[in-house]
Design a protein. Structure first.
Length: 139
């Protein structure tokens, strides 16, 4: 991010590999599962696809995290991974936060890694949670 620039806490950037991004785009995967909780004020997730794309290609509106604490309602079992999340499948160990992908928008012009570095001050591709620089939101 540009020096001194404050991020927008309502928007998060998360890295995403294929085939998972494709599954979100086509609606087969309707929740993104994470081992950490995003700030409750996050309303949009910007997905930075890993190679060969190496660019931010999609933005999804989301709701606050769903959890699987005692007394929590289970997720509807209509998407990839939802049954496993509800049943605490061993492959989902630690993935205690589920973010519903309410809408999926493709950016008209993806933001390449080169542009992230040259225009927005990123040192490298996001490898974890990053809150969106205001300069990206403004463009």
């Amino acid at each position: 991010m540009a020096l001194g620039e404050r991020p927008i806490s309502s928007d998060a950037i998360l890295p995403m590999q294929d085939p998972y991004m494709t599954q979100i785009i086509n609606g087969r995967k309707n929740y993104e599962f994470r081992k950490y909780c995003l700030k409750p004020c996050v309303k949009r997730i910007w997905f930075c696809r890993t190679g060969p794309h190496s660019s931010i290609t999609h933005v999804c509106e989301t709701l606050p995290a769903r959890t699987r604490n005692p007394g929590d309602l289970p997720l509807d079992e209509d998407g990839l991974g939802n049954v496993e999340f509800n049943n605490r499948h061993k492959d989902w160990e630690g993935y205690d936060f589920a973010y519903e992908m309410v809408t999926v928008f493709e950016l008209r012009r993806p933001i390449s890694l080169k542009e992230m570095k040259e225009k927005y001050g990123f040192k490298s591709a996001p490898r974890g949670l990053v809150y969106l620089p205001k300069s990206i939101s403004n463009s």
